[in-house]
Ligand binder design. Structure first.
Ligand SMILES: Cc1ncc(COP(=O)(O)O)c(C=O)c1O
Length: 428
């Protein structure tokens, strides 16, 4: 309550709002964190089987190697009138990991980097500045403008209920959503609207795309001379040492990285083809904090650790373990819950309509008592061990057994001692 008085609407990403978990009982603030363990302000320890800093911590919290390296760099000074030379090393590294690309621009948040990418794409397709997109891409006006047409336009793209208050109304009609994996929707959109010059997609979030979708996205973009942006802010570095687009087969012109890139230290990057990146020589794209040293160093060290430890293989292993464990539990208790196939963000899909949030709230409430932070998804990190997952599954089993019973008895609501979670964006 105190926080809401001084920080209207709450700070940070929407996905950290306690209302999205279990309002009153969710710890909200942390004192310290290590690996996947988090201590709240009352010194209660929790295992993070929820969002791992909403995907920003791919190695785990307070990674020792990374912290040691960064601390040394801090002592050398983090920002001066001159630039940090590590930006060149990081640019070279990212170009090596993304063959065929020629330039890199850096920013500090994912939304910011996406805005850089959109600016560059629009600079090149100057006479076709409208955008077709699917997925979530941050809080900036170019994206939120989607809801100027109808309020519910963004509801199918991760975050329902986003309000357009303050968004420039002149942007109405500048951006058009299509559903992930829906080739005909994209084709129709492009045929109908000759002003679209840019296509934006998340390479993967909950599921991998169908082969035909990937093929068609590439083909449509090539035939119509559209710039394809793959947003890898969620998927990057989780299925290999680079973007998921390479494994999947998308052929983007621009790729955007964030979150895991710096293991929580703010650093994001746009990597792109020469023709598009050259627009950055002309278009005014500039910010003071973009040359700060820690971000570049964090990214260089994080990538090194990801590669040395083959972190994506561990993520896959743990993802499979959680998926299998969940499926066994849901089958055992005859629960109508399926599991997504993009393992780095393994997600349970509940099929109980308006009871979904009751079930999840109860799950969160009961798992908190067992010292686990949980949600419908687990953002897997290198710090999740097989042994800890066994414990998590054992506790989840007990809770889902009770859930199955309560659903049969039709009294799950009575057993909830907190406010029911809500996914929608709401005024706080
Ligand atoms: C795919 C994707 N794009 C963009 C963003 C925005 O990034 P940020 O929250 O760092 O601004 C997010 C954040 O969740 C994301 O998942």
């Amino acid at each position: 309550m105190e926080a809401k008085k001084v920080i209207p609407g709450g700070n940070s990403i929407l996905s950290k709002r306690p209302e999205r978990y279990s309002g009153k009982i969710w710890p909200t603030y942390f004192k310290k964190a290590k690996g996947c363990e988090v201590w709240d302000l009352e010194n209660n320890k929790f295992y993070d089987f929820a969002q791992m800093a909403i995907g920003a911590s791919i190695l785990g919290y307070s990674n020792e190697d990374l912290n040691k390296y960064i601390k040394k760099k801090i002592d050398l000074g983090i920002t001066t009138t001159l630039n940090s030379f590590e930006e060149v090393d990081l640019a070279k590294k990212l170009l090596k990991l993304n063959p065929g690309f020629r330039g890199v621009k850096f920013a500090r948040s994912g939304g910011e980097a996406m805005s850089v990418a959109i600016r560059l794409a629009r600079s090149v397709n100057d006479n076709r500045q409208e955008i077709a997109f699917s997925g979530y891409h941050g809080w900036f006006d170019w994206y939120l403008a989607t809801n100027l047409q109808t309020k519910k336009n963004l509801n199918e793209h991760l975050l329902p209920g986003l309000d357009t208050l303050g968004v420039d109304k002149k942007l109405k009609g500048s951006i058009h959503p299509f559903s992930y994996n829906n080739t005909s929707e994209l084709s129709k959109l492009i045929k109908k609207n000759k002003k679209i010059g840019v296509v934006v997609i998340e390479s993967a979030r909950y599921d991998y795309p169908e082969k035909n979708f990937v093929h068609k996205v590439n083909k449509i973009c090539k035939q119509n001379n559209l710039i394809l942006i793959c947003d890898e802010i969620t998927s990057g570095f989780r299925v290999s040492n680079t973007g998921a687009y390479r494994k999947i087969g998308f052929r983007p012109d621009l790729v955007v990285y964030g979150k895991g890139l710096g293991n929580g230290f703010p650093i994001t990057a746009v990597v792109g083809k020469k023709k598009i990146m050259n627009a950055a020589k002309i278009s005014f794209i500039s910010s003071s904090n973009w040359s700060e040293r820690v971000g570049f160093c964090a990214a260089l060290k994080t990538i090194e650790l990801i590669e040395n430890k083959k972190v994506w293989k561990h993520i896959d292993l743990i993802g499979k373990q959680i998926k299998k464990g969940w499926q066994e539990i849901f089958e055992k208790y005859d629960l109508d819950i399926s599991v997504s196939n993009f393992l780095p963000l393994v997600t349970m899909k509940l099929n109980y309509g308006n009871k979904n949030n009751l079930i999840l709230t109860y799950f969160i409430q009961e798992m908190l008592k067992r010292n686990f932070l949980v949600s419908a998804s687990v953002y897997i990190s290198y710090s999740h061990t097989k042994k800890l997952v066994e414990r998590y599954l054992l506790e989840s089993d007990k809770v889902f057994k009770k859930i199955a019973y309560l659903l049969k008895e039709k009294n799950i609501k009575k057993e909830i001692n907190t406010n029911i979670r809500s996914e929608s964006f709401k005024r706080l």
